[in-house]
Design a protein around this ligand. Structure first.
Ligand SMILES: CC(C)(COP(=O)(O)OP(=O)(O)OC[C@H]1O[C@@H](n2cnc3c(N)ncnc32)[C@H](O)[C@@H]1OP(=O)(O)O)[C@@H](O)C(=O)NCCC(=O)NCCS
Length: 172
């Protein structure tokens, strides 16, 4: 399976919205309450991802394509609270393409792009074992910082990668 990684633009927004919805209904089935998952219509998902192209222009959105079809995407850039910290904002792989290494490939690509940051942070649902396993495999650790947002009604944990430790860089 040949996977092409490249920056994506607004022309892929409908496919991104569909991947996000499919992840909500399938991958998040036992992670998010059903009323929260069901409240997400295609139009709401579309609006969310349309905004993602304009809300923080310093971030990049990168897609993984299989035979020309967008199979997954990730969004990353500087943290909005500390520009010295890198931030992984999103990582979604279509359930149709799950467990074939695409999530890992996208994450590795993002982390390479974020190598100049001393630390990289991300939020993940505390009960999202598949994602936490992937993040741990690439060196992320739980920070102990947690939050529960009303929109999701589910505990999230902040994970962090120390680039100076795990990737051999010495940037400050
Ligand atoms: C988490 C996610 C990105 C993984 O993508 P993927 O392409 O299926 O994952 P990969 O095939 O690259 O697998 C990489 C590692 O992830 C973990 N993993 C992925 N799916 C898993 C599952 N169903 N159960 C347990 N671990 C899993 C494993 O550690 C796996 O490594 P291994 O295959 O050597 O065991 C994908 O399942 C997804 O989009 N989930 C919904 C959205 C999400 O949770 N995003 C993260 C938000 S913070």
């Amino acid at each position: 399976m040949a996977v092409t990684i490249k920056e994506i633009g607004n022309d892929q927004v409908e496919r991104m919205a569909q991947i996000f919805l499919d992840c909500l209904q399938i991958q998040y089935k036992d992670i998010l309450p059903s009323e929260i998952r069901e409240a997400f219509t295609f139009n709401r998902s579309l609006e969310l991802w349309q905004k993602s192209f304009t809300s923080d222009p310093t971030s990049k959105i990168i897609g993984a394509f299989v035979d020309g079809e967008l199979a997954g995407f990730t969004k990353f850039g500087p943290s909005s609270s500390d520009s010295k910290v890198g931030y992984l904002a999103s990582l979604y792989v279509s359930p149709d393409f799950g467990r074939r290494g695409i999530g890992r490939t996208l994450l590795e690509y993002a982390l390479t792009q974020l190598q100049s940051y001393k630390r990289v942070q991300l939020w993940v649902f505390a009960n999202n074992r598949p994602a936490i396993s992937l993040y741990e495999a690439l060196g992320f650790l739980a920070t102990g910082i947690q939050k529960t947002e009303k929109e999701w009604g589910t505990l999230q944990i902040l994970m962090e990668l120390d680039n100076s430790q795990s990737r051999g860089t010495n940037n400050s």
